[in-house]
Design a protein around this ligand. Structure first.
Ligand SMILES: Cc1cc2nc3c(=O)[nH]c(=O)nc-3n(C[C@H](O)[C@H](O)[C@H](O)COP(=O)(O)O)c2cc1C
Length: 394
């Protein structure tokens, strides 16, 4: 007789148990909220000022309905694609995030390894808390490096050549940060980087001992790409604060494109006019991004800007997009509007907070499974087949 009822073996590993209970990116976020000190969760989860743009990023997905075709053979589905001339197993890229070791002691290495395990690009950040060389050694190509332009152009050139020597494939210049956005949750929480044990954080630490233990037994959280500043993490923080350059213009792109000599991406474009400027400047791709709502509040959702940018430059450049992607259907809509791939920010950090590398892999796997199912239910067998015929504006 076949037994219909089996007793489940209990999962003893806490991280794995928690991850198995997360069935969506939203579940990962809920668990991350419980696991992280409030100031750290808010640093990841929050956005600028009234967070209007962050909410708009999400509601924009509701403005598009999907239009399925039935009775198509969807037995085999291809989710792989080519991004910047290299094969990616999914139309997903793990985007750049600063201070990642604040979320989990394994930080960038865990994210890079998860990207390598899933066959998708990872973007190491200038403001990373693990050096770009260590990340390159941990992941596998293709990896991308995200650049902030510093006042000292010599240092900037040095970063570019270090990234090239370490084997990074693409350079991603972030252009929506002439000055940092006003993340008011961080101000209210008194967030310090690196986190400090004050009276407030001590109380919080008592409820999240695993997080504090991870922080205390790992190397100090600081900007690992800054090599030449004497003094401790505080001196490095102050140095980087002074180095942000609000005077960068399109004229600077030319020397960076030349210095890099490989695929060059401009991240943070929101209008057709800027996308045309990027194309004229000789870049290979743009990321339609509002930095997850963390920079200028009240800009529009990236899904709305995406079609304008694709119409303007889609024939000349690859168009990528990010900000607010939490579901496979979100990704399907962006691809249908002409994006080549979607960058993820917070989803990978929620996963990282819950389970390190396995948590990042869980975030990617959940989105991949949702995307696969969405394609099958749409009657589509390849991400390359997605076009505007599967969409209708509400
Ligand atoms: C905690 C955090 C740190 C970030 N740091 C950087 C950074 O150093 N450089 C950068 O270009 N973008 C940075 N971003 C923006 C992301 O690359 C991405 O544009 C954004 O998070 C996408 O939105 P999503 O989080 O809704 O997916 C950061 C985002 C978060 C949440």
């Amino acid at each position: 007789m076949v037994a219909l009822l089996r007793v489940q073996r209990p999962e003893l590993d806490g991280d794995r148990r928690r991850l198995a209970r997360c069935h969506t990116v939203a579940d990962l976020r809920t668990t991350a909220r419980r696991r992280l000190p409030r100031a750290v969760f808010d640093y990841v989860d929050g956005a600028a000022e009234d967070e209007v743009t962050m909410r708009r990023n999400r509601t924009a997905f509701d403005e598009w309905e999907l239009m399925p075709s039935v009775l198509c053979d969807v037995g085999e589905v291809e989710l792989g694609t080519e991004v910047l001339g290299a094969r990616s197993a999914l139309p997903l890229v793990l985007g750049p995030t600063g201070f990642t070791r604040m979320v989990h002691p394994d930080g960038e290495l865990a994210v890079a390894r998860a990207a390598a395990a899933r066959g998708i690009p990872y973007t190491a950040a200038t403001l990373g808390t693990t050096s770009l060389e260590d990340i390159a050694a941990a992941g596998s190509p293709p990896q991308w490096f995200q650049l902030y332009v510093w006042r000292d152009r010599g240092l900037c050139k040095e970063l570019i050549s270090r990234a090239r020597e370490a084997g990074y494939r693409a350079l991603v210049l972030t252009v929506d940060t002439p000055v940092p956005g006003a993340r008011e949750r961080d101000l209210r929480n008194g967030l310090t980087i690196p986190p400090e044990l004050g009276l407030r954080t001590l109380a919080d630490g008592a409820r999240r001992p695993h997080w504090w233990w991870g922080l205390l037994r790992s190397e100090a959280v600081t900007f690992a790409n800054v090599r030449h500043v004497a003094g401790g993490p505080q001196a490095v923080m102050e140095f980087v604060g002074r180095q942000f350059d609000p005077t960068v213009t399109w004229d600077d792109i030319a020397w960076m494109v030349e210095a890099w000599g490989g695929p060059f991406v401009v991240k943070g474009v929101l209008t057709a006019a800027d996308a045309r400027r990027a194309a004229a400047a000789g870049v290979d791709a743009v990321v339609v991004s509002n930095h997850g709502g963390r920079q200028l509040d009240h800009v529009g959702a990236t899904l709305t800007a995406l079609s304008e940018v694709v119409d303007a430059v889609g024939a000349d450049l690859e168009v990528l997009v990010d900000s607010g992607f939490r579901r496979g259907t979100d990704v399907a809509k962006a691809l249908a509007l002409g994006a080549r791939a979607v960058l993820l920010g917070r989803p990978q950090l929620y996963g990282l907070a819950v389970g390190g590398q396995a948590g990042v892999e869980r975030a990617v796997d959940l989105l991949a499974a949702e995307l696969r199912r969405a394609l099958q239910l749409l009657g589509v067998t390849d991400v390359a087949q997605l076009d505007r015929s599967v969409l209708r504006r509400r």
